[in-house]
Design a protein around this ligand. Structure first.
Ligand code: C5P
Length: 238
């Protein structure tokens, strides 16, 4: 496999074409951003930690029967993935209230949500990723109705697998965001799953072990991500 040209550079990852037109290289950089890119910093080791964390989680999800774009680790900061046609919709499940739902609905942080909520956001930086509903997705043709159903079902399936996984490490999966795409007509999980895109709290102390440490200026961001990995039995290479 030969890495070729940069296809796209996002806020934390860059993707490269390869000699296989159905495969891409994802490079996890140390760049960290929040608040629509208004807060930015380079955090040493974060690219490597998130790449290896994502690989670990994607493999757990694949083992549970969830189709993902992940193929293999190539280096501490790079992974080989399938090249998907991305659906421009972010799927969020919340088990506990935190973040934007507290601001939008005026509820306090930390409420258990039974059943967990499901929300969708349009992936559009210029608009600040507005919340949308299934009718918006259908009316504007951002995804086919059966693909919306599949994304929702897979997002909840991920919840069952990962809530249990994190609980084994004495952590609560508060919420997370997933992105999907199509590969040969099949809906597959794309992008990444890392502490950058979810909220994880220590079960006993409710200490934040995710990107809220960066958003809220709590410090020890990468150290907290490494702690999450350690609790799952991972070791990182840099
Ligand atoms: O900000 P909000 O509370 O809506 O975020 C819900 C979850 O989705 C959080 O875990 C957050 O890290 C993640 N998220 C993300 N990328 C976005 C928006 C939210 O990873 N663009």
């Amino acid at each position: 496999m030969e890495k070729r040209t940069e296809l796209y550079s996002g806020k934390a990852k860059s993707v490269f074409t390869t000699d296989d037109e159905q495969r891409m290289v994802m490079w996890f950089r140390d760049d960290t951003s929040a608040f629509d890119g208004k807060k930015k910093e380079k955090l040493e080791r974060k690219g490597a930690v998130n790449n290896q964390f994502n690989a670990f989680i994607m493999q757990k999800l694949a083992a549970a029967g969830i189709p993902t774009h992940f193929e293999k680790l190539l280096s501490p900061q790079e992974s080989l993935v399938k090249r998907l046609t991305m659906i421009p919709v972010e799927c969020v499940v919340r088990n506990i209230s935190a973040g934007s739902i507290c601001r939008r609905l005026g509820v306090e942080e930390g409420l258990a949500l039974n059943p967990p909520t499901f929300e969708m956001f349009l992936k559009n930086d210029a608009l600040g990723d507005p919340m949308i509903n299934e009718y918006h997705v259908r009316s504007f043709g951002w995804a086919e109705p059966e693909h919306i159903e599949k994304m929702k079902a897979l997002t909840f399936q991920v919840n069952d697998v990962l809530k249990a996984l994190f609980l084994d490490g004495n952590m609560l999966l508060v919420d997370y965001k997933l992105e999907f795409g199509l590969f040969n007509g099949e809906v597959m999980l794309g992008d990444e799953f890392s502490p950058d895109g979810c909220r994880l709290w220590d079960k006993d102390t409710r200490e934040k072990l995710d990107k809220d440490r960066f958003r809220q200026g709590l410090g020890s961001v990468v150290e907290a991500y490494e702690e999450v990995g350690r609790r799952l039995g991972m070791t990182f290479e840099y």
